[in-house]
Ligand binder design. Sequence first.
Ligand SMILES: *Cc1c(COP(=O)(O)O)cnc(C)c1O
Length: 400
Amino acid sequence: MAQSPKNHLDTRLMQLGLAPFDPDTQSAPVSVPAVRTSTVRFKNLEALSQAARRWRDGERAATYGRAGLETHAALEQVVTELESATHSFLLPSGLAGITLTLLALLKTGDHVVVTDSVYGPVRTLDQQLLAGLGITVSYCAGTVDAIRQAVRPETRLLYIESPGSLLFEMLDIPALASFARDHKLYLATDNTWGSGYLYQPLTLGVDVSIIAATKYIGGHSDLMLGTVATNNKDLALRLRATHYAMGYSVSADDAWLALRGVRSMPLRLREHARSALQVCEWLAEQTETKQIFHPAYPQDSGHTLWQRDCQGSNGMLAVALDITPEQARCLVDALALFGIGFSWGGFESLVQLVEPNALSSHSYWKAKPWQVLRFHVGLEHINDLLADLAQAFEKARTIS
Ligand SMILES: *Cc1c(COP(=O)(O)O)cnc(C)c1O
């Protein structure tokens, strides 16, 4: 099927990564099968040499199962398109994508500046892995001024996440990209919130974009997967070599589930976003509510940046409540439709009682004595979700 670059991304998402026609029957299944194999068999030695040559030339050519075959290639094509990239890589988890990026771009003696609202486990990666390799890490607020003060002569990379984890702090990516260019730093971002649909970091000047496809791309809480995308040819070669050396491999079944999930991502995101905004409006009317964190909500402090850089929103929000820790626990336990759990991006609503410790390293959090709840607003009917919140708030009010 011919691709028209003029079609909307929603349309292109329906056309990418389809199974090719069989030359004999001139027919094809709509969905690419999950091609499970641990290795590749060649008809003759010349065919093997040809595949090896193509690999050396930087093309996608599998001579062994670890790289994945048609299912993986189809998903890579979709991710490359979503990210407006030239190259993309699949990993067994989102965190593996972060590890790949840091290991591919940094070496002993290098320094990386990390904005302090990044996904929590990045700090474990820093302490457990990077420190041992002689790579140093500084954390700072996500502003150009703070980053300027953290940069050293040996800084090679600026690693960010926008909007940030837990409180969805919007960063000014074009400004950070221009700073990175001026200081000859690479800029890498965690794009899980946007998932290649809500904004395109690479077109805003980022060099490497990482997505936990575990979340909205998969969309059904049934797989773990990461993606890394770039439009820089040198970086693509470095990422590819490190990806190979690390032995990363993704099951064909998981790649297949992600391909299946991503087709409905635009539709799901619109519904998640619509309901999340209604939850924000409901929360705003409760006397306990002190602050709502959701960039698409007009009162969020990142709303102007969100309007400038994003084309949509999702089901993630946080709220700061002036209640006691006991009331917060009571409220969370009383919710029936919001499962208590980490992660997000699936069909189901989730709630997380945010540990004050988790926020103490975020300069965006102004250290108020409030209780913070993070919600993933799922695809349940909004009236049921609001009723569930109302009964849980009522219950929490009975204790003090
Ligand atoms: C979940 C998440 C990750 C990690 O993804 P996994 O697939 O769970 O390893 C990374 N970044 C963000 C922002 C996340 O929410």
